[in-house]
Write a protein that binds this ligand. Structure first.
Ligand SMILES: N[C@@H](CCC(=O)N[C@@H](CS)C(=O)NCC(=O)O)C(=O)O
Length: 202
């Protein structure tokens, strides 16, 4: 049994929840919410970075971040469903997945700019810098949408799109019709996607 420090709203935590569903490990994971803003939350002793998600093994060992947790769970499941174990295909998938994760991290930083700074302190330059990463990344993905698969790339992109729809750091839908179609097809194909979505009133 594993303990997952996460929330239902964390996009990176959702990556782990979706990956666990694909690997058939959902029943082995109990989620314990973490508050990244609470200095007294044990999260900061489990993971000095104080970030969600963090996976705790039965002996207390902590595994982070989402990427490492997914690799760990895949190995536990004896599967290659998320990422090929070796060969060129592994590195192609890893690079695509890093692009997707980078888009998600830039979107998160755009939101954090508003969360951590007073309105008059917010840097337009910094926001534009992060927005550039999101826009360039999405443009590349729009030109060549990933396979309709819940692997590391598909999982990551679903979580990024869910986050963009929820927090709305920018409007991504009007300029990315192929990605919108990809998202809709993925949701129709894999019920785990809506099952792990941010709850309606979060
Ligand atoms: N690279 C990390 C990113 C995790 C991350 O940024 N999580 C956010 C919540 S979605 C967080 O913990 N933020 C709090 C902070 O950065 O202090 C991963 O893939 O797990």
């Amino acid at each position: 049994m594993y303990t997952l420090r996460s929330t239902l709203t964390s996009p990176f935590g959702r990556k782990v929840r979706l990956g666990a569903a694909v690997l058939g490990l959902t029943d082995q994971i109990t989620m314990v919410p973490g508050d990244t803003m609470d200095a007294n939350d044990s999260l900061r002793t489990q993971n000095p970075l104080g970030k969600l998600p963090t996976l705790l093994l039965e002996d207390g060992t902590a595994i982070y971040d989402s990427w490492v947790i997914l690799e760990f769970l895949q190995e536990q499941a004896g599967s290659e469903a998320l990422l090929p174990r070796s060969g060129q295909a592994r590195y192609t998938k890893l690079t695509q997945a890093k692009l997707v994760d980078g888009v998600g991290e830039a979107a998160l930083l755009m939101m954090y700019e508003a969360r951590f700074r007073e309105p008059e302190q917010m840097s337009r330059r910094w926001l534009d810098h992060q927005r550039g990463k999101v826009e360039r990344g999405l443009a590349v993905l729009e030109a060549n949408p990933p396979a309709l698969a819940l692997d590391l790339v598909g999982i990551g992109l679903i979580c990024v799109m869910g986050y963009l729809d929820w927090r709305k750091p920018l409007a991504w839908r009007p300029n990315h019709p192929k990605l919108v179609a990809w998202y809709d097809e993925m949701r129709a194909k894999f019920p785990q996607i809506d099952a792990t979505a941010v709850p309606e009133h979060a």
